[in-house]
Design a protein around this ligand. Structure first.
Ligand SMILES: *[C@@H]1O[C@H](CO)[C@@H](O)[C@H](O)[C@H]1NC(C)=O
Ligand SMILES: *[C@@H]1O[C@H](CO)[C@@H](O)[C@H](O)[C@H]1NC(C)=O
Ligand SMILES: *[C@@H]1O[C@H](CO)[C@@H](O)[C@H](O)[C@H]1NC(C)=O
Ligand SMILES: *[C@@H]1O[C@H](CO)[C@@H](O)[C@H](O)[C@H]1NC(C)=O
Length: 408
């Protein structure tokens, strides 16, 4: 490990792009070290980005920034703030909701060897984004409740650090296949953790661990990090990336297919309403249990992706299709909080309740108006007089008795 690290450092030292990533921002107007700038899209300008800078109220005004639901997207290692998947995510979010979409441009390296230098930066990146969000709150009236941070790979851990910088007050952070290398078995304070926001949901699509080829085999992490962790297809590898799948064409921007499927699935989930059962996920102790069908639907049901229910915590599994669209319907589970059996039970219960009310009404009518209905029923059933005498000497009992006398 130490030898490998030295080798990487040696490679880096002679790498021509060394200077471009070793030094932080050289822009005198940018107080941040690793975050360069922020892009903003809204429904008013869904295709053209407006750039926002820390502390620049004029940029906010020029972009006509309004306080409303705001999604903050953080790219991963080797990524860029205008990658195709971020554009697709932005389009889906703007279609679903009148919101702000902000993408963070941070210097995330340009070669694989740089990983060991870039990886410790996510802490600072997160803190810088946190500061920027506080600036938006002060300058534009954005509230913490309106912010949802979404990060992929290293960006997922950066999102965790945004949450830590804001003391866990953010309502939601979504981690898309959080990076594994140098995050395995790390402390909660050193990686994305469920305490970083009120609700942290995580999608694992390449989450495994191998000691020797840990970089090549798994970009993700094989540990649960959030309040709700989703393991589609077991979470280690994706059928869409195997022979016969079309994941490679859905995952753009040079990410590995398995690693990128996390954002592909998330983007697709934005198109579904929770009333369909697409991406319904079942809480389960393991993938094995899920596959021998021993796990229940869940009440209320939980969904992977945009529609995840922040009240439902745990570890969840689901299957997806090999080809787009990847969301499958879970035909055995109903979309709402109730199953068919429960609905039938409730219907029966209400029928019983109505019958009971009718009976009470009948008895009351009998008591007050002395209608001979019950007397006839009693006669039909050949009921013993004894039972009725037991009711006591109330006026109604007398009426009943006198009617009986008349009848006979
Ligand atoms: C991100 O920041 C870098 C450094 O300032 C800049 O060269 C690059 O153009 C920015 N990317 C985008 C998409 O604006
Ligand atoms: C978070 O807590 C620390 C320590 O209590 C405090 O200094 C800081 O201002 C808090 N930040 C926010 C955004 O509330
Ligand atoms: C499902 O698999 C688990 C783990 O292998 C096993 O313990 C359990 O008995 C199985 N249940 C059924 C219904 O097959
Ligand atoms: C999920 O997919 C796997 C692989 O195709 C299959 O073996 C398994 O039966 C599926 N599980 C469920 C619960 O449908």
């Amino acid at each position: 490990m130490a030898a490998g690290f030295s080798l990487v450092l040696a490679v880096l030292f002679f790498h021509p792009s060394l200077n471009s990533f070793l030094v932080g921002s050289t822009d005198p107007n940018n107080p941040f070290y690793y975050v360069r700038n922020f892009h903003l899209w809204t429904r008013r300008h869904p295709h053209q980005t407006r750039d926002l800078a820390m502390g620049s109220r004029s940029a906010l005004a020029a972009a006509t920034f309004q306080s409303k639901q705001t999604y903050v997207i953080i790219h991963g290692f080797l990524g860029s703030s205008t990658d195709n998947w971020i554009q697709s995510l932005k389009d889906a979010l703007l279609q679903r909701e009148d919101c702000n979409v902000v993408s963070v441009n941070w210097s995330a390296g340009s070669t694989t060897a740089e990983y060991f230098l870039i990886q410790p930066r996510v802490r600072t990146v997160g803190a810088e984004v946190g500061q920027f969000l506080q600036f938006l709150e002060d300058a534009a009236g954005l509230t913490t409740q309106q912010i949802h941070v979404i990060g992929h790979s290293l960006g997922a851990h950066a999102a965790g650090f945004v949450g830590k910088a804001l003391n866990g007050t953010l309502p939601r952070i979504t981690g898309l296949d959080p990076a594994g290398l140098r995050f395995h078995q790390a402390e909660d304070v050193d990686r994305l953790h469920h305490g970083d926001a009120v609700f942290v949901d995580v999608i694992h699509t390449h989450g495994c661990y191998t000691l020797f080829k840990m970089w090549e085999d798994c970009f993700g992490i094989d540990e649960n990090l959030g309040d709700a962790d989703f393991w589609p297809n077991g979470g280690e590898s994706q059928p869409a990336c195997e022979q016969g799948g079309d994941g490679a064409s859905s995952v753009k921007d040079g990410s590995s297919c398995n690693h990128g499927m996390a954002y592909v699935l998330y983007i697709e989930s934005i198109n579904y309403m929770p009333s369909s059962t697409h991406f319904l996920a079942r809480q389960c102790p393991s993938w094995k249990y899920f596959n021998n069908k021993s796990c229940p639907c869940g009440h209320p049901a939980q969904y992977m992706g945009f529609n995840a229910d922040s009240r439902v915590h745990g570890v969840f599994y689901l299957n997806t299709s090999m080809t787009a669209p990847y969301g499958l319907l879970d035909s055995h589970c109903s979309a709402g909080a109730f199953t068919l059996v429960q609905i039938i039970g409730l219907l029966l219960l209400s029928v019983l309740l109505v019958l009971l009310l009718l009976l009470v009404a009948l008895v009351l009518i009998q008591q007050y108006f002395g209608l001979p209905i019950l007397a006839r029923v009693r006669a039909r059933l050949y009921m013993e007089d004894l039972v009725w005498h037991g009711l006591g000497n109330s006026p109604s009992t007398h009426i009943l008795n006198s009617e009986k006398a008349v009848d006979t």
